[in-house]
Write a protein that binds this ligand. Structure first.
Ligand code: NCD
Ligand code: ZN
Ligand code: ZN
Length: 346
């Protein structure tokens, strides 16, 4: 017997597409299922001006295979020298939909990020005035804070003071990984949202470390203990408008992950919708999958929901490639570690 679930076509509110050959290899994996995605600006060098964002958007559209439709929602990478006028012009023209804040040193390609928050205050005030959302990688980077505590400490020492200092600033807590993150997002009734990744709904820190080190489960923020994963699942499957899908699908070549100093990032673009259907069904919450993947994100970003649909069918074991090939080598697709019976069929 097969079961069908038809939902509004989903969007991905946090995606890494990279550039060049990697962009060409991974873009179809997203465009096959998702109508739009918020495109992360952490290229080398990063996307810091409106001109960079326009050129990057054009490269993405050029890389899109014939017959596929996809709308890249561009972002700027906030630096201590971001020009507020350039940012405002890019937002008001519709070119960018958000600005991304990386604390310097927090994650992949974040060296140009913010060190001293006083130096971006004027830009953030301008963003609050014009309603431009700030997407935040919420981890402190100080060496004395344990890596498993970095999100919770960031919320207390940076995020909450920042939101109090700049009322009206619209903030997305990106890829939350803790019960603390869930609780903080639930504490605000407007201007605060949170994305949750596919992999953080599935793995906890044991998956990375038990029985040998598993580099393909290493991402940032690093997966936490099981109780935190359960809090994320409860939030994502609740239907609560403040939580929406941001896969953080982050391709790295296998040899750079299977390495003495392996890169952070899980690649989930290919199988995210199958995996989410599995997770939501497991919680008896299939009826909230559409809210999480297709409705809550547009609502936060004040964009229309998509008009077409995606159909998931439960039947035979879902199939996807183990790896996506690029001219520089393969990228491993995230392996949930269990069989999945939901496939995208239309
Ligand atoms: C991301 C990447 O590879 O660009 N990696 C990750 O582990 N999530 C960066 C990020 O989103 O922090
Ligand atoms: Zn991040
Ligand atoms: Zn990311």
């Amino acid at each position: 017997m097969s079961t069908e679930l038809k939902i509004t076509r989903p969007d991905d509110w946090h995606l890494h597409l990279r550039d060049g050959d990697m962009l060409a290899a991974v873009l179809p994996e997203t465009a096959r299922h998702f109508a739009r995605a918020i495109i992360m600006p952490n290229l080398v060098p990063p996307i810091v001006t409106g001109d960079h964002a326009r050129a990057y958007r054009d490269r993405i559209l050029t890389a899109l295979p014939e017959g596929m439709t996809f709308e890249p929602l561009m972002t700027l990478y906030l630096t201590e020298t971001t020009d507020p006028d350039d940012l405002a012009a890019a937002f008001e023209s519709g070119l960018i939909k958000a600005v991304k804040l990386y604390p310097a040193g927090a994650t992949t390609n974040s060296a140009s990020g913010v060190r001293n928050f006083e130096n971006v205050r004027a830009v953030l005030e301008r963003m609050a005035d014009i309603g431009c959302p700030l997407c935040i990688h919420g981890e402190v980077t100080t060496g004395d804070v344990d890596i498993f505590d970095r999100e919770a400490v960031f919320i207390d020492t940076v995020l909450d003071p920042l939101r109090r200092a700049i009322p009206g600033l619209r903030v997305v807590m990106e890829h939350i990984t803790t019960a603390d993150g869930v609780a903080y997002a639930q504490s605000a009734d407007q201007d605060l949202g949170a994305t949750i990744t596919t992999h953080h709904l599935i793995i906890n820190r044991n998956h990375i470390l038990v029985g040998g080190i598993k580099p393909h489960y290493y991402c940032l923020p690093v997966a936490k203990r099981e109780s935190h994963r359960q809090a994320l699942v409860a939030a994502a499957t609740s239907g609560d408008k403040r939580f929406f899908l941001g896969t953080d699908s982050a391709p790295h070549l296998d040899h750079l992950k299977e390495n003495a100093c392996g890169c952070a990032g899980c690649f989930t673009a290919t199988n995210t919708m199958s995996l989410l259907a599995h997770v939501f069904e497991d919680q008896n919450a299939l009826s909230n999958l559409e809210a999480f993947a297709s409705l809550n994100g547009p609502s936060f970003y004040k964009l229309p929901v998509n008009t077409d649909t995606l159909t998931l069918t439960k039947g035979a074991k879902a199939q996807w490639p183990d790896k996506i090939d690029t001219p520089q080598g393969p990228v491993t697709v995230f392996d949930p570690g269990f069989d999945v019976f939901w496939s995208v069929t239309d």
